[in-house]
Design a protein around this ligand. Structure first.
Ligand code: PLP
Length: 394
């Protein structure tokens, strides 16, 4: 139901400023085609089930009474498991430097609530995940987009980012491996950006939810290799362990930030769901083979995507180095990327995420995800090629 203008006036400016994303628009459009065999290449979550041992441990914990509120910072054993996984040995004190949250999304939300407010700017290299822009605005701050160079496959361009860091900058957000481009920002470039942030005494928010899904030797762990104390690392069990619905994430960073976020968390949701926290302990401390097998499956699909793209000269894309996405340059086709994505859906039955949703730099691109079986990805590419054939090769 859509509210009338009269009803909407009672809703705050803050809530009204939240716009539905271009990706959601595609979800809704796709939902109207109930009877069609659509190929879903828009999905941003692993298509695998949570590893069995994780589910079993969570059930056992629930049966044993692990169903109560926990500390708002998270269960101590989970914070320890997170500290072991994050940063160099002993870099993060589980008691004071980690807050367990309801997914990485809430880690980002709480972080921004703690470090950015009215009058502040937060620098976001783009194309970037749409939640950054909305969450920065919800904190009362202003996002400052820095378009990364398409000709370099959207690698981090330190000078362009540094130029935008000034006295009003509260933080720089780095998404690496990057959603939507699949780039893992190079260590030198990240180090330069972190140095520029340090020179202005501002935070670096390192969103590393895809850090265990990389293809080849691409360094992740920004807080560890830069050794800057004001890096706040955001991560979760969602992507690595196919646990999106369990909603467990965390932030690791300076003690005052961890404390502020835990405090706000205590008033908004008391704590992350306790059964899910048990599940996250099992995921982080139990056998890692299921997660490794999923990462291998993503690597096979990614190689397939790279091979298929090589056969379509009309579409270019940076070679994905991590995450589960390829970002296709479809500028050869006519119209905006929203129009192209709609045509691809309406006429060829493939659902993708239009690049505009990821900031101005994403215009002319479509994001596709590997979170589908090899057969479906193959069918999706057959259909994309049919569109190219019809529209560009006649
Ligand atoms: C770049 C990025 N960061 C953070 C998240 C948050 O994921 P979750 O809240 O499931 O941990 C996502 C989810 O799609 C993402 O793509």
């Amino acid at each position: 139901m859509v509210a009338t203008d009269e009803q909407s006036k009672r809703i705050t400016e803050r809530a009204r400023s939240v716009e539905h994303s271009a990706i959601r628009d595609m979800f809704e459009r796709a939902a109207e085609y109930e009877d069609r065999d659509l190929v879903h290449l828009e999905i941003g979550e692993p298509d695998f089930d949570t590893p069995t041992h994780v589910v079993e441990d969570a059930m056992a914990a629930a049966e044993a009474g692990g169903t109560h509120y926990t500390s708002s910072a998270g269960m101590p054993e989970l914070r320890e498991a997170i500290a072991d996984r994050t940063g160099a040995d002993g870099q993060f004190d589980p008691e004071t430097q980690i807050t367990v949250t309801t997914g990485g999304m809430e880690a980002l939300y709480l972080t921004l609530q703690a470090i950015a407010g009215p009058g502040d700017e937060v620098v976001v290299p783009t194309p970037g995940w749409p939640n950054y822009f909305t969450q920065i605005r919800l904190a009362g701050a202003e996002p400052v987009e820095v378009a990364l160079p398409a000709e370099d496959g959207f690698d981090l361009e330190p000078d362009r980012v540094a130029e935008q860091i000034g006295e009003d900058t509260a933080a720089v957000v780095l998404s690496s491996p990057c959603n939507p481009t699949g780039r893992v920002f190079s260590q030198d470039a990240v180090t330069e950006v972190v140095e520029a942030a340090a020179a202005h005494d501002c935070y670096v928010v390192a969103d590393e939810v895809y850090d265990r899904i990389t293809y080849g030797d691409h360094p992740t762990g920004i807080a560890t290799y830069t050794e800057y104390d004001d890096v706040i690392t955001i991560n979760s069990v969602s992507k690595t362990y196919a646990m999106t619905g369990w909603r467990i994430g965390w932030l690791a960073g300076p003690a005052d930030v961890a404390d502020a976020t835990a405090k706000v968390h205590g008033y908004t949701s008391a704590c992350a769901p306790s059964v899910s926290q048990h599940a996250a302990v099992a995921a982080l401390t139990g056998p890692q083979e299921p997660a490794e097998r999923m990462a291998e499956a993503f690597a096979e699909r990614r190689n397939y995507v790279v091979d298929r793209l090589a056969e379509i000269p009309e579409i270019a894309a940076p070679t994905p180095e991590g995450a589960i996405y390829a970002f296709l340059d479809v500028e050869a086709l006519s119209g905006t990327s929203v129009e192209i994505a709609r045509r691809l859906l309406d006429e060829y039955g493939v659902v993708t995420a239009p690049g505009e949703g990821f900031g101005d730099a994403g215009s002319g691109y479509l994001r596709i995800s590997f979170a589908n079986s090899r057969d479906r990805i193959e069918l999706g590419f057959d259909r994309i090629e049919a569109m190219i054939e019809d529209e560009l090769r006649v």
